[in-house]
Design a protein around this ligand. Structure first.
Ligand SMILES: [Cu+2]
Length: 366
């Protein structure tokens, strides 16, 4: 995550106001598939990575590779798009400044994952549900790099090779401002199904064609500090949506203030890896595992007290406003169930209320 200037936030905000916001209830997608193993009671069942049969893990990875091989559908709107996979990357880059460190964060990414799941099916014939990642199984310094999620055959591959000197501004054009306490990589993905993967846009707020190898820079120490048992407990024990949201998104940009969301992104992307880039992190397919993990956590928290939490939402409508005052006070309003969520070139805007219930969207977590 690169926590860049507010100027770009304000600039994009002006652009966003000009976008038409047509709201319509989204259809539940993929609620019925021919894959009986992944449905239950008409709902797609999203399973934890290591509980998926190996053939299903491979099928998901193949479907992602398929999206990377299909042409984009955003009609030349973004100079850097070379594939359908890139359409998602471009949309995330463009929307970043409206959907992080605010009240829209979890809801916006929930629908992004729905669009992703739907497109894997429609474009690549993927049958079944996208998986999730129970990060509480991998949150130790020793255990993190050994997670089955990073397996070179039945996973997304692991760390890049260690590069001590990351000062070259051409090879490493953007670095996470958080000083990473124990980075161990920095090289391009060189093993596993995504070896040699190239990100076509980014790093940073940039949708022009700028091919760069996708890097990983694991920081297992950082994972153990930010996804600590204490931070996980704070998340599960949150009494209000605001408390839950802060427990996921963090309280400041230093290591002591960062929590689950940053722990996953920066734990993988470290100082120089794509997963650490707030804008272009979807260049690394692990992005969808990270956000699957957060969506699982949100749904689990909601269902622990469903009547109270099915409509619980809150937080500022502007990135980095209270309680995320990382750059000081900025004006904001609280989000409501009627706050719009925009997905340019991926259909109409929706509202937060449309994504509050995973079952209404056609899926559940196992
Ligand atoms: Cu994001």
């Amino acid at each position: 995550m690169h926590f860049l200037s507010l100027q770009s936030t304000l600039l994009l905000l002006t652009t966003a106001i000009a976008l038409p916001c047509v709201s319509a209830a989204p259809q539940a997608v993929d609620s019925v598939t021919s894959d009986s193993a992944s449905t239950s009671g008409g709902l797609l069942v999203r399973k934890e990575w290591r509980k998926l049969p190996k053939s299903d893990r491979l099928a998901y990875i193949q479907a992602i590779k398929c999206l990377q091989s299909k042409p984009g559908k955003t009609g030349g709107a973004y100079d850097g798009v070379r594939s359908r996979y890139d359409d998602f990357l471009a949309m995330h880059i463009i929307q970043t400044d409206f959907v992080h460190f605010n009240g829209q964060f979890l809801a916006w990414h929930r629908w992004l994952l729905q669009l992703w799941q739907q497109d894997l099916k429609n474009t690549c014939g993927f049958k079944g549900a996208i998986p999730y990642w129970d990060f509480t199984l991998d949150n130790t310094q020793a255990g993190f790099p050994k997670s089955p999620v990073f397996d070179n055959t039945y996973g997304f591959g692991g760390n890049g090779e260690f590069i001590a000197d990351i000062s070259d501004p051409v090879l490493f054009p953007v670095k996470t401002p958080t000083i990473m306490p124990g980075r161990t990589g920095g090289g391009c993905i060189d093993k596993g199904p995504f070896a040699g993967l190239v990100g076509n846009m980014g790093l940073g707020l940039n949708t022009s064609f700028s091919p760069n190898c996708v890097r990983r820079d694991f920081d297992p120490l950082f994972v153990s500090l930010t996804i600590s048992p204490a931070n996980v407990k704070t998340m599960w024990n949150a009494k209000t949506y605001d408390e839950f949201s802060v427990a996921i998104q963090g309280r400041s940009f230093d290591v002591a203030g960062l929590t689950i969301h940053a722990g996953l992104h920066l734990g993988i992307g470290g100082q120089v890896g794509d997963a650490s880039d707030m804008y272009s992190s979807p260049a690394d397919p692990l992005f969808y595992m990270i956000h699957g993990a957060l969506d699982w956590a949100w749904d689990k928290w909601q269902r622990a007290d469903w009547n109270k939490r099915k409509n619980a939402i809150g937080g500022p409508d502007v990135n980095f406003a209270y309680p995320f005052n990382f750059f000081g006070d900025i004006p904001y309003k609280n989000v409501t169930l009627d706050t719009p969520l925009d997905y340019p070139f991926f259909g109409k805007s929706i509202k937060i209320r449309d994504v509050m219930d995973t079952a209404a969207l056609g899926y559940r977590y196992e």
